[in-house]
Write a protein that binds this ligand. Structure first.
Ligand SMILES: C[S@@+](CC[C@H](N)C(=O)[O-])C[C@H]1O[C@@H](n2cnc3c(N)ncnc32)[C@H](O)[C@@H]1O
Length: 347
């Protein structure tokens, strides 16, 4: 049980985070609108998104849930690990320095700047894009350095709290197991935010993070210190694990960034590497109809950001994709703007 001071410090920290990242969001939006108003107006979605009041209520609910999980001992009192204030300010400066560049890219709809035929021999073509119109796509150190801030700005400081909700079915799975015997693989681990949360809860669990981006893996390595995890460059379509060798697979915010055909290949890879009785914890964006009032926002997202596969993702039948791969969906729920899905590989 947390004491009142711990609870108050959580509330204060999250309040400051939301103000910081939401402030960045509004500053960025004003900039983008100035550059891009005509195009956005032309493509306006059929439905409106949620009101600001509704979003703030949903954010408050997410934080209450995060705190309640810590209070019940499911995971320690969250530490977001944003870095020292000096580092935060320097990342913020770099973020704002990059904004005019990415706003130009967006105004001109240049979503494939990082594509080159030489890279195509090493990396899938769908990956070689400037997702979110970000500079360097997923390929550069600078992009890896800005990524966490960009995601938190997009979600107004709630991304970590959403990711942490995957720790709940993880705790459920770990009950009665020796963590030293459990191998968790986080696929498309990016900069390692989720891996760090796992290590904070389960310091002796065996962890592997895979990602196609060497630059993001390097950032993850720095971010994970002093914890130990194996970080491996790998394509989720061909995971570097033996059949039935992994206890838990996690995958956060990957499916909306890959084409439909690739989603199915990856789902089969998850099932192949999981041990019988193993578990998949999956998180990605909400899908259409999950929380109807958010549907307008889901329509707007791929217009605002370079997200070529997002619209198809929002219409996917995830239960069927995972069932066709040999997994059984045992849980699915909205988590603010994300969706948490849990699948088991039958014993
Ligand atoms: C939106 S980010 C999500 C990162 C992280 N899971 C998180 O919670 O922020 C998508 C990540 O997927 C990686 N990625 C995209 N396609 C991939 C693939 N086929 N195999 C492995 N990683 C991939 C990118 O490099 C990037 O790090």
């Amino acid at each position: 049980m947390l004491n009142p001071i711990e609870k108050a410090s959580y509330a204060a920290r999250q309040g400051v985070r939301v103000a910081w990242y939401m402030g960045h969001y509004f500053a960025s939006q004003r900039f983008y609108k100035a550059k891009d108003e005509t195009d956005i107006r032309r493509k306006r979605p059929r439905r409106n998104g949620p009101s600001m009041e509704r979003m703030l209520q949903d954010m408050a609910r997410l934080f209450e849930r995060d705190l309640a999980n810590a209070d019940r001992g499911i995971y320690p009192l969250p530490r977001d690990h944003d870095g020292a204030p000096g580092r935060l300010v320097s990342t913020s400066r770099k973020y704002f320095a990059d904004l005019p560049v990415s706003a130009d890219r967006k105004a001109e709809r240049r979503g494939k700047e990082v594509y080159s035929p030489e890279l195509k021999d090493e990396l899938p073509a769908y990956f070689l894009q400037n997702f979110h119109y970000q500079t360097g796509g997923y390929l550069t150190e600078e992009s890896a350095e800005l990524y966490d801030m960009q995601v938190e700005v997009l979600f107004s400081g709630t991304a970590n709290a959403m990711r942490r909700q995957c720790l709940v079915p993880l705790a459920d799975f770990m009950a009665g197991r020796d963590q030293r015997q459990v191998h968790l693989a986080d696929i498309a681990c990016g900069t390692g935010r989720f891996l760090r949360f796992v290590k904070q809860s389960w310091p002796r669990i065996k962890l592997t993070g895979c990602d196609l981006s060497q630059a993001y893996l390097a950032e993850a390595e720095a971010h994970l210190r002093p914890y130990r995890a194996t970080l491996t460059p790998a394509n989720a379509e061909q995971l570097p694990f033996e059949d039935a060798s992994i206890d838990i697979v996690t995958s956060i915010y990957l499916f909306h960034e890959v084409p439909p055909k690739v989603r199915r290949i990856i789902a089969k890879e998850f099932a192949r590497v999981l041990k019988p009785g193993g578990r998949l914890m999956f998180m990605d964006s909400l899908q259409r109809g999950d929380v109807e009032i958010y549907d307008g926002l889901l329509e707007m997202f791929p217009i605002n950001f370079h997200e070529p596969y997002y619209a198809t993702y929002t219409r996917e039948d995830l239960a069927k994709i995972f069932a066709d791969a040999g997994l059984v969906m045992v849980h699915s729920e909205p988590v603010f703007m994300s969706k948490l899905v849990v699948c088991d590989r039958p014993s």
